[in-house]
Design a protein. Structure first.
Length: 314
């Protein structure tokens, strides 16, 4: 009898182990897709950054190992990689600062139980709709609106504000501003939804206690809402920063891939795309590696500085 019980117990353990192994089968598709479409291209990019590898007409030169020569080349005076990186950060900041301010205000208004705003569902839908429009579509729309013969110049002429058409894309300030406005319109809805989720996750009793203690709305916002909203704010900041560094499609279409005027609106990804278009894979790989490193360092610094303050307050 005891032998039978032991054999049944052994069979149960054996079946349990077999069932547990099914978990590896279920998670295998993720790892296969990640390895094929992310890990292998990432490693290949690192490899290409160390090789001379380009095409001249129908002839392919390389791949020939040259070490760090590609990194030296992209930092040369003629390549102006620092200028493109600065262009990218300027246009990102011009769009992100108003985006985070407007999104914070909307998130607080929509989650405030005292205001009791009507038609909240409608307004939330309208706010989020621009996020569903492709960036290329937005860029083509703005290119048509602000072209010399576009509707904006037409309205300015009709109002007798100008006599000659304004060439918006020949001005550094106007071009960067238009890129920033498009980024703002495309992403403030998504940021609002994320911040709303963060505010709704705060215990409502904290707001009630602050009001009972006589706190003003501004004090409640800065002393209660903002400190508790910091983790989601950091997430929004880091993801927006990464997206800003990868800015490409809007300025590419708006300036017809030239970064005009005088490459003041050319982003670092536009320069990377120029290398890829000319089949110059070595410098393209070097720029990709640098972007990977810069993104990681900036994200780490932002997370460490902000979250350390948050943890100290707790």
């Amino acid at each position: 009898m005891q032998t039978t019980d032991i054999s049944k117990s052994a069979r149960r353990k054996r079946h349990t182990i077999q069932y547990d192994n099914w978990g590896y089968l279920f998670i295998a598709p993720f790892f296969i897709i990640y390895i094929v479409f992310s890990l292998i291209p990432l490693l290949t990019t690192f490899v290409y950054s160390l090789f001379e590898y380009y095409r001249v007409g129908l002839m392919t030169v390389g791949p020939t190992f040259i070490g760090l020569e590609n990194f030296k080349a992209i930092f040369s005076a003629g390549d102006s990689l620092g200028k493109y990186f600065l262009n990218t950060l300027i246009m990102w900041a011009m769009g992100f600062i108003p985006q985070i301010i407007v999104s914070l205000l909307l998130a607080v208004w929509f989650t405030n139980t005292e205001l009791n705003l009507k038609f909240q569902g409608f307004f939330k839908t309208v706010i989020y709709l621009p996020n569903l429009i492709m960036a290329a579509t937005f860029a083509m729309l703005f290119f048509s609106l602000f072209s010399p013969n576009g509707p904006v110049n037409g309205m300015l002429k009709s109002a007798n504000l100008i006599t000659e058409p304004v060439y918006f894309f020949n001005s550094t300030a106007w071009t960067r501003s238009l890129v920033a406005v498009m980024n703002f319109l495309m992403w403030y809805g998504n940021t609002t939804i994320l911040l709303m989720a963060g505010v709704m996750g705060i215990d409502n009793s904290l707001f009630e206690a602050a009001r009972i203690d006589g706190a003003t709305p501004s004090q409640v916002f800065f002393k209660v809402t903002m400190p508790l909203l910091l983790p989601i704010f950091v997430y929004v900041f880091i993801t927006s920063l990464i997206g800003g560094i990868q800015m490409f499609d809007v300025p590419q279409i708006l300036t017809n891939s030239s970064g005009r005027p005088d490459r003041t609106s050319m982003t670092i990804i536009m320069k990377l795309n120029a290398h890829l278009s000319s089949k110059n894979y070595g410098p393209a790989g070097a720029i990709s590696v640098l972007l990977f490193a810069v993104t990681g360092v900036l994200s780490g610094l932002v997370y460490k500085t902000t979250m350390s303050k948050y943890q100290n307050k707790r």
